[in-house]
Design a protein around this ligand. Structure first.
Ligand code: AMP
Ligand code: ZN
Length: 472
């Protein structure tokens, strides 16, 4: 398959370091609040990538960190934030410990991932549990001359790494001292970044180190934890587009200088999700979590299908219309699934086969082309239309194969199908009703409908006297 690599700015054939195995690292959440639908989008991309690699027979080791030290992000700097540790700020506001805050939102994050059918990473390393590994890496960087200490603070010296900027294009000659860039008096160059900071007295989360009692810088956790669980070189590193600079640029600098090896072969970045064409923000009232989506009557799978209906490298514009469309599409997929699960081919069906191979081929071609999920979704919808048509015409000779194919497509995209096997007794009642309707015995047919209703099912009439039974 081909993947667009942010590092080389082109689509490349994916080749893992070790045949049959893939090591993938995803920058996880900073656990001080509920994740929003933009974050969900950023986690859906590696999930589909992993599912598709697994389908192709790869063994994927996926690591997603939990940032339970509340570093600043570029967003905070852009928005002129105060620079406080977000987890500590929340802890003080809620009169809880930072650990209580972090564990609460970590659990909430995992619950959202579960509802969204995002496969759990094999391991979710927490930053607070890996400070010794970070200290070791910082020591290595100092020993090799890439980092320096001053007044208990340690910085990475960007001028020592000539390749700085190779991921984002922000090479040192292009970087000017931005007005928003916070200067630290102990830095040699404005673009040097912190590896370790001495903690002020009131700081709650702090650790002993060779330089000061302090806390790790913003980027070092991902370098230290990815190496710990996946080795010096990763196959794939993923994140949202805002991670490219400075976070991932800094990860490359630290890791490559510490290990002398290439850090990651492929860099996969999901573009941002906008809401009604604008950046999500709490003050604009367009900031949605999964709970908000559910309150409006949509399911996590509706949201998942809406997300996958846009390519991960296109800026997605979330609107209520887009999720409404996804809900309708999901309903038609599930309706067909139910139809096929409960379909008993008749004599005439035996003469026709639904050729699934051409759909499988198109589906794979879509995903092979840099994970083109919108195209893959449209292949499923075509498959469903074709299947409905053949079933209407009593030309469905291979329902078991069709069912299995649909299940495979759904599994790769992580869409949970809702299938109900209808009890035989109910099918008999429905057949009796069909007979009654054909004979225009409407009273009898209504009675049978009520009986089916009492058993907890609804019957929907389709073209040509066909019908669909659904659980209420
Ligand atoms: P954070 O907890 O802020 O570090 O964000 C977690 C992940 O979500 C990161 O990979 C971000 O790049 C990503 N992310 C944040 N906002 C959005 C958004 N609006 N759309 C897509 N991804 C986002
Ligand atoms: Zn990271």
């Amino acid at each position: 398959m081909k993947l667009y690599n942010t590092l080389t700015k082109q689509k490349e054939e994916f080749k893992p370091i070790n045949p049959g195995k893939v090591g993938m690292y995803t920058c996880g959440p900073t656990v001080y609040d509920f994740i929003h639908i933009g974050n969900i989008r950023a986690y859906a991309t590696p999930d589909v990538l992993r599912r598709y690699l697994e389908y192709q027979g790869y063994e994927v080791r996926h690591i997603k960190n939990i940032t339970d030290v509340g570093h600043l992000t570029q967003d905070d700097l852009d928005q002129g934030d105060t620079g406080e540790d977000k987890i500590e700020r929340k802890a003080l506001a809620e009169k809880k410990t930072p650990e209580e805050i972090a564990r609460f939102y970590e659990d909430a994050f995992k619950e959202v991932e579960k509802e969204m059918n995002i496969l759990p990473a094999q391991y979710f390393p927490r930053a607070t549990a890996h400070v010794p590994q970070m200290i070791k890496m910082i020591e290595r960087l100092i020993d090799k001359g890439y980092a320096y200490e001053k007044n208990g603070n340690v910085f990475f010296d960007v001028t020592k790494f000539p390749e700085y900027g190779k991921l984002s294009g922000n090479t040192l000659d292009k970087l000017k001292v931005g007005a928003r860039l916070e200067e630290h008096p102990d830095k040699k160059n404005p673009w040097d970044f912190a590896l370790w900071l001495k903690a002020p007295k009131e700081h709650l989360m702090k650790w002993a180190s060779p330089w000061s009692v302090g806390y790790p810088g913003w980027h070092i956790e991902c370098s230290a934890m990815s190496t710990e669980y996946l080795g010096d070189t990763l196959d794939i590193h993923t994140g949202g587009e805002d991670n490219i600079f400075p976070h991932h640029e800094a990860e490359i600098a630290q890791s490559e200088c510490a290990t002398g090896q290439k850090f990651s072969n492929y860099w996969v970045h999901t573009r941002h999700l906008l809401v009604d064409g604008e950046k999500m923000s709490k003050s604009k009232g367009n900031f949605y979590t999964l709970a908000d989506i559910k309150k409006k009557g949509f399911s996590p799978m509706d949201l998942r299908l809406a997300i996958l209906s846009a390519h991960y490298r296109s800026q997605m514009n979330f609107t209520w219309q887009s999720i409404y469309q996804a809900q309708a599409n999901l309903e038609s997929i599930n309706n067909f699934y139910n139809r096929i699960i409960n379909y008993a081919p008749s004599e005439s069906d035996k003469f026709s086969n639904f050729t699934v191979d051409e759909f499988v081929k198109k589906f794979k071609e879509a995903l092979d082309d840099d994970l083109n999920t919108p195209l893959a979704v449209s292949v499923i919808l075509e498959f469903v239309n074709h299947g409905n048509k053949l079933t209407d015409e009593n030309l469905m000779g291979n329902p078991a194969e069709v069912k299995k194919t649909l299940e495979t497509f759904a599994k790769i995209l992580g869409i949970k199908l809702e299938g109900v096997v209808i009890p035989q007794e109910l099918i008999e009642l429905a057949e009796e009703r069909k007979e009654a309707r054909l004979k225009k015995e409407f009273k009898k047919s209504d009675e049978l409908r009520s009986k089916i209703d009492e058993m907890g099912y609804i019957i929907e009439d389709l073209k040509d006297n066909n019908y669909l039974i659904k659980k209420k």
